[in-house]
Design a protein around this ligand. Structure first.
Ligand code: ADP
Length: 411
């Protein structure tokens, strides 16, 4: 019998009853503990919880009901089965016992077989409960261990991420250093400060200069990205002439667009008041948008940059966050800048990911378009630092529009 060896606490103030029960139970191989009043019973349960309690109701000081009530009220002893010993023909005793949580009843005088049947079945239930408890403890232990492992893995990942950012920072600086003399000498040679150039040499050197500029751009992007990652992106908004800034980007990207036979149009009202922005960072953001527009638009396509005034009532103005606009009254006028292309577009299900760092719709090594996948992440961070957000609309095969708004000053 699997419950043999279980510990049973017999509680009764009548010594003969205790001895009789002890004799019965021992003959079936159970270990018997004895208590002769309620207080002693509670103490013994506290010291070493038994597997089952046979509890007499009528006892001096603390009666069986109170003992049962207290044991069932405590999380530690709630699951110890309690069999209450009642006198025959007293149903109200049973009802009260049920109300306070007794698991079963035995009537005096005891019937040995009935006693054994009840004890056995309750012990079985208790055993199952103990097994479930043990399983739960094991599971809890495992959860604790796994959580610790996960936390360790997260710590390692964070450390790796930090090392990666540091590495990018170092490598960008290292790459930038040799570029300085290359650019210096290239300029001097092109200005013929080191001797006259043949038309062929000049042509070749102009191609070299374009590549050097591209390299410089990549390195600057990496550095900007590292600054953002390290939380060191600081924008210093001041009044900036938007037509001037956009003209600068237009001059920079026009040759690229022309090379691809694209129509490159800017539409900016000439009477636009200055915008509040960090000129360098805004230039960087617009440049990325234009670079992408040209890159992801096939030959003969159209790129349009538009700036138009919009009242703040047409969109929700952010009211909190690191880049919150601290606007004086009367400055609630905004300019909306959009970059539209007739390019390859972005599949709807990928649209939400394009601002993630390193994400590229075509991430394959054989992809047609170059790039490091950090441009839009930089744009997003730069604009967020201005308290602005970037929106995108796109249709695969038809083109995309990227759009954001900045506050205008009154001047
Ligand atoms: P990348 O260096 O690859 O251009 P970005 O962060 O600038 O990285 O852009 C992420 C991805 O978003 C690009 O690889 C491309 O798949 C998609 N994307 C960005 N701009 C456009 C656009 N104008 N048209 C189509 N796809 C675009």
């Amino acid at each position: 019998m699997e419950e043999q060896g279980s510990r049973i606490l017999v509680v009764d103030d009548v010594v003969e009853n205790v001895e009789l029960l002890e004799a019965y139970l021992s003959s079936f191989g159970y270990r018997v503990e004895k208590a002769y009043d309620g207080e002693e019973a509670l103490r013994k349960v506290q010291e070493d919880p038994p597997d089952l309690i046979l509890l007499d109701i009528m006892m001096p000081k603390l009666d069986g009901y109170e003992v049962c009530r207290r044991l069932k009220a405590s999380q530690q002893t709630l699951f110890i089965p309690i069999v209450m010993i009642t006198a025959l023909k007293e149903p109200e005793e049973r009802i009260q016992g049920i109300l306070i949580g007794a698991d079963d009843f035995l009537t005096k005088p005891f019937n040995k077989l009935e006693l054994m049947a009840r004890v056995r079945s309750l012990l079985r239930v208790k055993k199952l409960h103990d097994q479930v408890e043990a399983q739960n403890r094991l599971l809890e232990q495992r959860v604790v261990e796994r959580t610790a492992q996960l936390q360790e893995a997260i710590r390692e990942l964070q450390e790796l991420d930090r090392l990666k950012t540091e590495f990018l920072q170092n490598i960008s600086h290292e790459l930038r250093t040799p570029l300085t003399p290359i650019k210096g000498y290239l300029g001097a040679i092109l200005q013929e400060a080191l001797g006259p150039l043949s038309p062929g040499q000049r042509k070749g050197l102009l191609v070299v200069r374009e590549s050097v500029e591209r390299l410089q751009q990549l390195i600057d992007d990496l550095l900007a990205y590292v600054r953002i990652e390290a939380g060191r992106l600081k924008v210093e908004p001041k009044p900036v002439s938007l037509p001037e800034l956009l003209r600068k980007t237009w001059e920079r990207f026009l040759p690229l667009a022309q090379d691809k036979g694209q129509t490159f149009t800017f539409s900016i009202p000439s009477d636009l008041p200055p915008v509040l922005a960090d000129p360098e960072e805004l230039y960087r953001a617009v440049s990325h948008l234009l670079d992408n527009a040209i890159k992801f638009t096939p030959e003969g396509g159209r790129i349009t940059v538009t700036a138009r005034r919009v009242p703040s009532s047409q969109f929700p103005v952010p009211s909190s966050g690191p880049g919150t606009w601290n606007l004086e009254p009367g400055t609630m006028n905004f300019v909306e800048i959009s970059v539209t292309d007739t390019g390859i577009g972005i599949p709807a299900e990928k649209l939400h990911r394009i601002f993630d760092r390193f994400y590229q719709v075509d991430g394959s090594i054989t992809r047609e378009h170059g790039g490091m996948g950090i441009g839009l992440a930089i744009v997003k961070q730069v604009l967020e630092a201005h308290g602005a957000s970037i929106e995108v609309e796109s249709e695969e095969g038809r083109g995309s529009t990227f759009r954001f708004r900045l506050p205008l000053t009154d001047r």
